[in-house]
Ligand binder design. Structure first.
Ligand code: ZN
Length: 147
């Protein structure tokens, strides 16, 4: 059903989405996000983070105040929320398939930025089906892995 497919995200790159995802996590965890925290999370310099955050501010995705840190705007929150939702669903889907956690976290970080809404929907319904049919999961898992 066309109505069920979420509208595409605003034009954002994987890097922008990663920032918004981290900023949202920091705000949820600590109540605020500062350049220094993001630099530590992403393991890059504070100067690079500042440049990116100023760009996100110019694009209307965050509101950045030099000494107080930043908050997500409505649009920024929307992008971050969708990425977080994809992250959670793709992670639990790959877990259902019995994959290793290291592989899962690496692959999800890439997939969440590139999967189309249509493919995401298909994965979501397959994942729901597997959830309700554990006997199917047992058949498709690589041998040697358990639930
Ligand atoms: Zn992610």
């Amino acid at each position: 059903m066309a109505d069920d497919i979420p509208s595409p995200l605003p034009r954002t790159t994987a890097a922008v989405e990663d920032y918004l995802e981290r900023i949202r996590e920091l705000i949820q965890k600590k109540g605020y996000a500062r350049v220094v925290d993001i630099a530590a999370e992403l393991k890059i310099s504070q100067a690079s983070v500042t440049t990116m955050v100023q760009r996100l501010d110019a694009e209307g995705l965050v509101k950045y105040e030099k000494y107080r840190g930043m908050v997500l705007t409505g649009a920024g929150e929307e992008v971050a929320r969708r990425i977080a939702h994809r992250h959670e669903l793709l992670t639990s889907f790959l877990r259902q398939l019995g994959l290793d956690e290291t592989v899962i976290s690496r692959d999800v970080e890439g997939m969440e930025h590139h999967v189309s809404p249509e493919t995401f929907r298909a994965i979501e319904s397959l994942s729901n089906y597997l959830e309700k049919n554990p006997e199917v999961v047992a058949k498709i898992r690589p041998s040697g892995t358990t639930a």
